[in-house]
Design a protein around this ligand. Structure first.
Ligand code: FES
Ligand code: FES
Length: 194
């Protein structure tokens, strides 16, 4: 039962991190508010509140979604996974572990979105992506600390762990070549400035 109830409140039932969950709140309120205030989950962050930065990202039925811009009623009967739900049996998800190993953070505020986005993207890869593919996957996520290099290292590590057959030399060469090819990405994205 939500503390944030009103005459317009409704019980919205969905699966959250593997458990049936009911939140009673204004069904038009942002999913982000329900997750943080009613479900006490701290990983989805309020950044822009306009669907622009990615800090609030969650997985809905396995696909990345921006919880600040999705009404609670939209997840009725669906599966929502937050960063808290990625670990299994006490083990961090490989993407989470890669961010730890690569120390891909500064303040960490954007990391929820970076990890959720990377997790959804890498899950469906069937072959090793190019450097340009990696940068393209992250281009809609903002980092205000300028930690792009370390975040890229973390994502490259997650990729290398999933596709271990490619050696480090190849990876480094790919990086150098692709730094030129990323010029084709939108110039406004910071991911092609490094
Ligand atoms: S807070 Fe949701 S995209 Fe920025
Ligand atoms: S590490 Fe601070 S916003 Fe990205």
């Amino acid at each position: 039962m939500s503390a944030n109830t009103s005459a317009a409140s409704q019980a919205i039932v969905f699966n959250l991190n593997g458990s049936p969950t009911s939140v009673t709140a204004d069904p038009s309120s942002p999913l982000l508010f329900a997750l943080r205030n009613d479900c006490q989950l701290n990983s989805p962050k309020y950044g822009c509140g306009m669907g622009e930065c990615g800090a609030c990202s969650v997985l809905i039925d396995g696909k990345t979604a921006r919880s600040c811009s999705i009404p609670l009623k939209a997840v009725k009967g669906r599966t929502v996974t937050t960063l808290e739900g990625l670990a299994t049996q006490g083990q961090m998800h490989p993407v989470q572990q890669a961010f730890v190993d690569a120390q891909g953070a500064q303040c960490g505020y954007c990391l929820n979105g970076m990890i959720i986005t990377t997790t959804a993207w890498i899950e469906h890869l069937t072959e090793r992506p190019s450097e340009a593919d990696i940068r393209n996957a992250l281009k809609a996520n903002l980092c205000r600390c300028g930690t792009h290099l370390e975040i890229l290292d973390a994502v490259r590590l997650a990729v290398a762990n999933k596709f271990p057959a490619t050696d480090t030399t190849t990876s480094a060469n790919t990086t150098t070549t692709a730094q030129t090819s990323t010029r084709s990405l939108e110039e406004k994205t910071p991911w092609n400035r490094f």
